[in-house]
Design a protein around this ligand. Structure first.
Ligand code: SF4
Length: 742
């Protein structure tokens, strides 16, 4: 070791752009271009920045790009003022933002000015997790990384390298690794988030709701939220549509143990006991079928196995469900009738994060079946059909090599050689890769490349993740901040934030197909590099340069755009290309088709019945069954988790602009429960789970807005990374407390 070990360095650029006081920041964000142009009106901190700016950069410059504070990728216009990034606003041409960003999106400049940013490549010098590093040049770090990956591939095959990723920024690193020969690429956004929902919908309709979801919230007459707190879960376009629907008078039914912001606006709030959703869903379907309120024409034309389904749910009466769910039978009945009155423009939102009790794919299927009874698939106010403007790949890129060993994540189910552990998972399962790393089965996994996902917060059962990391020969982390997973890396590569980089083109659909471009607005402040650059440089060193035949990233994007018949200059100027909306609903002339084995909507699933017959295990029933969740130890509370509108999980908790709005989470407790325990709001408490894991201290919020017997925490807080100073031990980590996994 020829360089001294150092702590993770602090970003000096931030020192000359101090965080603005919140009120001033909000005023500036709301300013018009004309008002902002008055140099004499600049606040002192921006005036100082203006003075420091190069003469060529004086004045205003705007760039159309896409937000990456969450994965939604809203179109944005970033303004550079006197050489400094000044503000980010919605792009009016963009179908996702329609000219407005969400709370988090407007805080995007905080990501650029974040004083905790990783600045330079780092190579570990001390024990894993001791946070001792040497600063390396990019050549040194990439040569070292490629050497390690090649050695591991030589010893165990290229499949022994697994990638964990989140978001579009990881595209080119994924490309390099797939070209090198690994099929093991996983995102927590599947197995820890929307995967069970997608599987449930796919088993029913043959397709999943996608991302963004194909939900026509804007035109719905009745929106049902179950396990979704839209508004706090702030997906910009959906929230705008939600507001439009409510102002039009759409009915709102919310089933949630917590009086969420959405529930506070609902016509009916059902404060269900956590873990009883399938009981409620079965009872709703029971009322709708028993009273003949479903869409009989849709079921007759497109349904498969309806009679067997109807028989299965016949005993799930509202009275039965009321005892399980803790809401009244009358409320179950009246909300079911309300849904039926407005069909097909009734939408039971599929939600996103739906990974809770181990019966989540069946829960997702029950949501899909209730929608099917509304006959809302392909209907205005229900689910429209996704359409895309697919762009061809850049010419000459070879096909990925095919692995003879297949993926490592989804080995045979115990007791069945012929079935995979998760027979219907259509993406790689993160927890499966983690198990393969620990057990070495079906083959050794010896290296992880973790790109833009803080696995210690994103995956449950931290000890298992740490055990897997212990079994690795090499861990590469690519990130913008020194997250908890970065603490444990052998090499850390600092990625530029979205306002400093190109990414691949986003071909997406929001009420119609469109393309969106992310392009750099400002330079990275230090030696941070974009994902496309890291992917290509790593690819060269791994010997897969042929997969990167383009001259520059701009040329790559331009060729793809022009091959699609679009104007590159216009695309750069506008940031989006909006396609013509083809028929996407029956009302517009869409012919319905379903990609299931029967070609119909499967009320009774033969696919599930086949697995159930073969393996004889619960969970694969052809119609979703309810299992009462286990009780916790006496006196314990059930922890439920959610989101805050100013944060995207752990990703933003250190962002100075957003942390100012919410620096840490609090633990909500029902006011009566708190009084019984003699606790008042503001008391700092620690939470201990059933396995003895204890959280950091967290302030209590005693509230009427939560059902008794539960505690509620916003996810993403309680980071244990010392180098991430702004986030270190702020609040309590829900991931730390989630030690049991089904
Ligand atoms: Fe950015 Fe908000 Fe859109 Fe996410 S929803 S991309 S944070 S503006």
């Amino acid at each position: 070791m020829d360089s001294p070990a150092v702590a993770l360095p602090v970003c000096p650029a931030a020192a000359d752009v101090p965080p603005l006081p919140r009120r001033r920041f909000l005023q500036i964000s709301a300013a018009t271009f004309a008002a902002g142009a008055a140099a004499s009106a600049l606040p002192p901190e921006l005036a100082a920045a203006a003075k420091a700016a190069a003469p060529a950069e004086r004045g205003l410059r705007t760039v159309a790009t896409t937000c990456d504070i969450c994965f939604w990728k809203c179109g944005a216009i970033a303004t550079v003022r006197n050489g400094r990034l000044w503000k980010v606003e919605g792009n009016p041409l963009d179908p996702l933002s329609k000219g407005r960003l969400c709370t988090r999106g407007t805080g995007g400049i905080g990501a650029h000015y974040d004083p905790d940013r990783l600045q330079r490549p780092l190579i570990r010098t001390g024990k894993r997790g001791a946070e001792q590093w040497k600063v390396a040049s990019w050549d040194e770090a990439l040569d070292f990384t490629a050497g390690k990956l090649k050695d591991i591939a030589k010893a165990h095959g290229p499949e022994s390298i697994a990638m964990f990723k989140h978001g579009i920024g990881a595209h080119f690193v994924e490309h390099a690794l797939k070209a090198f020969g690994t099929p093991n690429v996983a995102a927590p956004s599947f197995a820890q988030c929307r995967g069970p929902r997608d599987v449930g919908f796919k088993l029913t309709f043959g397709t999943d709701p996608g991302t963004p979801e194909n939900t026509d919230i804007e035109n719905t007459q009745c929106l049902v939220l179950i396990g979704s707190h839209l508004g706090e879960n702030l997906h910009n376009s959906q929230v705008q549509q939600f507001a439009t629907a409510l102002s039009r008078g759409a009915k709102l039914i919310v089933a949630d143990p917590r009086l969420s912001t959405a529930a506070s606006k609902a016509d009916h709030w059902l404060p269900v006991k956590p873990g009883t959703d399938i009981a409620l869903l079965r009872a709703w379907m029971n009322v709708i079928v028993r009273e003949g309120l479903y869409d009989k024409k849709f079921v007759a034309e497109h349904g498969e196995g309806f009679d067997k389904f109807a028989r299965d749910i016949a005993a799930s009466t509202p009275e039965w469900a009321a005892a399980e769910c803790g809401v009244s039978a009358e409320q179950i009945r009246s909300t079911a009738r309300l849904m039926a009155r407005t069909r097909p423009a009734t939408l039971i939102h599929p939600g996103r994060r739906s990974t809770w009790y181990g019966d989540d794919a069946q829960r997702g299927r029950a949501v899909a079946l209730l929608n099917a009874l509304m006959g809302n698939w392909g209907r205005k106010g229900g689910f429209y059909q996704h359409e895309y403007l697919w762009l061809e790949e850049y010419p000459g890129i070879p096909k990925y090599p095919k692995s003879g060993r297949g993926k490592a994540d989804n080995g045979p189910m115990s007791g069945s050689k012929d079935r995979k552990t998760w027979p219907f998972a259509n993406q790689t399962v993160t927890t499966g890769l983690r198990e393969a790393t620990i057990t070495g089965q079906p083959y050794p996994v010896k290296a992880w490349v973790v790109d833009a996902t803080n696995l210690l917060q994103a995956m449950p059962d931290r000890d298992r993740t740490l055990k897997a990391i212990d079994a690795l020969d090499f861990l590469l982390v690519i990130d913008t901040v020194p997250s908890e997973i970065a603490q444990l890396a052998d090499v850390v590569l600092p990625e530029s934030v979205y306002l400093e980089r190109w990414d691949t083109i986003n071909d997406d659909c929001m009420q119609g197909p469109f393309l969106a471009l992310r392009q750099p607005v400002v330079e990275p402040p230090h030696e941070q590099k974009a994902g496309w650059w890291i992917g290509r440089e790593l690819g060269k060193r791994l010997g897969v340069e042929a997969y990167f035949p383009w001259k520059s990233i701009e040329e790559y994007l331009q060729v793809r755009t022009e091959k699609g018949g679009y104007d590159w200059a216009e695309f750069r100027k506008n940031g989006v290309i909006v396609g013509k909306r083809p028929p996407m609903t029956v009302e517009e002339g869409l012919e319905l088709s379903f990609d299931t084995p029967s070609g119909k909507v499967e009320f009774w699933s033969q696919q599930l019945a086949d697995v159930a017959a073969a393996v004889g295990k619960p969970g694969f029933e052809p119609v979703p069954q309810y299992t009462r969740p286990e009780d916790g130890p006496p006196g314990s509370f059930r922890m439920i988790t959610g989101r805050a509108p100013m944060h995207t999980f752990s990703r933003t908790v250190g962002n100075p602009r957003l942390a100012e709005l919410m620096p840490e989470n609090t633990v909500w407790m029902n006011a009566d429960d708190a009084a019984r325990l003699k606790l008042i709001s503001g008391t700092r408490v620690r939470l201990r789970n059933q396995d003895g894991v204890v959280s950091d201290p967290v302030a209590l919020t005693a509230t009427e807005r939560l059902r008794p017997g539960c505690v509620y925490l916003v996810h993403g807080f309680g980071s244990q990374s010392k180098a991430w100073k702004s986030a270190y031990r702020k609040g309590a980590s829900t991931a730390l407390l989630t030690t049991r996994v089904k």
